[in-house]
Write a protein that binds this ligand. Structure first.
Ligand code: AR6
Length: 202
């Protein structure tokens, strides 16, 4: 399984270090990886964008920098994107095949249910777009858990439950592997804690 991850990740996984203790292939369809999403040679990476789709900081900034200026040029024609929805583009200089841009909610404790529904919408709509485009290996950044302030354990639970439901649906059978990719130890440990509740380890 480690060799599969190396294959997915053709580029040297520095600067965060090679596949260390914080990295796990959970089972034959789910992985958690602590790395830079822009290095992954998967079918699609999922960007944590904003409603303008014109770039920003965090993972969005990293993806636009690595893809080159053609990405924002394509995004300009998309007319933005609603919170909880996704749009797909080419990947340009990135090693993946496509980029799926999703817009997570800005976390607000007073509107917890609305935030939860929107985050669910991000995962669902991204997976739906992947299937529609014949993409089988999808890497998700930890949507909304950075600048948008979503608490990491709650976000990981929604990510896992939504992905599980989707993988069990008719369309979900068309997907090979979902990778939850994060930068920060707090997100890795959230996923590692929550994953066994939703997916049996192999
Ligand atoms: N690879 C993988 N994960 C990353 C990378 C990377 N290269 N860079 C950051 N992360 P954030 P949000 C992690 O703030 O909360 C942007 O300005 C990061 O550690 O990027 O959805 C957009 O334009 C965190 O765990 O996204 C929006 O305006 C996770 O990615 C806004 O930020 C998401 O953090 C979206 O905020």
């Amino acid at each position: 399984t480690l060799s599969l991850l190396y294959k997915l990740n053709r580029i040297d996984p520095s600067p965060l270090g090679p596949l260390d203790g914080a990295t796990a292939t959970h089972n034959d369809r789910i992985s958690v990886l602590r790395n830079d999403i822009t290095t992954l040679a998967v079918d699609a990476i999922v960007n944590a964008a904003n409603r303008s789709l014109l770039g920003g900081g965090g993972v969005d900034g990293a993806i636009h920098r690595a893809a080159g200026p053609e990405l924002v040029a394509e995004c300009r024609n998309l007319g933005g994107c609603d919170t909880g929805s996704s749009k797909i583009t080419e990947a340009y200089k990135l090693p993946c095949k496509k980029v799926i841009h999703t817009v997570g909610p800005i976390y607000n404790l007073l509107h917890r249910q609305r935030c939860e529904a929107a985050l669910q919408g991000c995962y669902q709509s991204a997976l739906q777009l992947a299937v529609q485009n014949g993409l089988k290996t999808i890497a998700f950044s930890a949507i909304s858990t950075g600048v948008y302030g979503y608490p990491s354990p709650a976000a990981a639970r929604i990510a896992c439950s939504t992905v599980k439901d989707f993988l069990e649906s008719k369309d979900g059978k068309k997907l090979d592997r979902i990778i939850f990719i994060t930068f920060e130890e707090k997100d890795v440990s959230s996923y590692n804690r929550i994953l066994p509740r939703f997916f049996p380890p192999s």
